[in-house]
Design a protein around this ligand. Structure first.
Ligand code: ATP
Ligand code: MG
Length: 291
């Protein structure tokens, strides 16, 4: 074979392996086309849903932690999820983000992206951001550096070595600093922030990647009353621009931010409605609120 032909073959092999992450499926064929997003960064919400779970089941060593769970989230919605300890709230987030694989059921992002076909990192890149309960900011870095780093992680190692914020990114960083109430603390070391401020910074880091859906697990746990009130304000600002799924036990906080509330119990939806409606539901009082 001539060197030319060998080069050409190498180029083709490389092109074959350099398919975009989105659209990649393990099975291929017709199902693969069905799962392909519209274009990079776009999610098809023409059916009025950003997230859709149907009949999802997960067992751990024979214990059904999630049991035929079905859920529908609209674009821009702020949905609150409540329920007793062990109801499956965190496990539900693990399933949406690809950390836990369900045994059966359907999980879609928009109407075309079958999330069960993707890995955790791919799901994050598609625009699903997750905030765990414990803040995980870089304590040695400043507020600014933490936010800047959140952009870099999106760009790969080589690009991030020569990374400079462009004007658009700089503007976005400034806007986010304001949104998360940290504009006055831009040069403070993250380790010196209060617990609440660290939580806001981590939310800001997620916002830098402009997620379409944000999953927040017990975001106000450990916050002061004032920090909790400001977090409520923050979430109300984010609603509409992003879809939010908020798990919380703090009923005062839920009352301030909630539209529709879903009550989980033993891995399934026990009740759904406004907070007043679910609080008046006898079954909810018995398993959760009346404790
Ligand atoms: N990796 C795992 N292995 C075994 N059991 C698990 C695992 N993850 C969750 N569970 C179990 O599944 C059930 C649901 O747990 P999960 O953490 O989702 O509840 P939760 O609603 O988030 O509760 P909380 O309000 O206390 O945070 C619990 O009984 C838990 O012990
Ligand atoms: Mg939990």
């Amino acid at each position: 074979m001539t060197p030319d032909l060998m080069d050409e073959g190498a180029r083709r092999a490389e092109a074959l392996h350099a398919r975009p992450v989105t659209g990649k499926t393990e099975s291929g064929g017709r199902a693969a086309a069905f799962s392909r997003p519209l274009a990079h960064g776009q999610v098809d919400v023409t059916h009025g849903r950003i997230l859709y779970l149907e009949e999802v089941c997960v067992s751990f060593d024979g214990f059904r932690a999630i049991n035929k769970l079905s859920l529908d989230i609209a674009p821009g919605e702020l949905r609150c999820i409540i329920g007793p300890n062990g109801a499956g709230k965190t496990t539900m987030m693990d399933i949406i983000t690809g950390k836990t694989r369900p045994d059966s059921g359907t999980v879609f992002f928009g109407s075309t992206i079958d999330l069960l076909r993707y890995k955790e990192a791919e799901i994050a890149q598609m625009g699903i951001g997750r905030k765990f309960q414990k803040p995980t900011v870089f304590e040695q870095l400043t507020v600014f550096e933490n936010l800047e780093l959140a952009l870099k992680t999106d760009k790969g190692v080589k690009a991030s070595m020569f990374f400079r914020l462009d004007t658009g990114e700089g503007d976005r960083l400034a806007e986010i600093l304001h949104t998360i109430h940290l504009a006055d603390s831009v040069n403070r070391q993250a380790g010196n922030l209060s617990h609440g401020q660290k939580q806001w910074l981590e939310i800001g880091m997620l916002l830098m990647q402009d997620p379409k859906l944000l999953l927040l697990d017990e975001p106000v746990a450990g916050m002061t009353d004032e920090e909790t009130a400001r977090t409520a304000e923050l979430f109300l600002t984010l609603k509409g621009k992003h879809s939010l799924l908020v798990v919380e036990h703090d009923m005062g906080f839920i009352k301030t931010i909630s539209e529709k509330v879903t009550v989980l119990h033993e891995g399934s939806v026990l009740a759904e409605g406004t907070l007043d409606q679910v609080q008046a539901d006898e079954r909810v009082i018995e398993v959760y609120l009346g404790r």
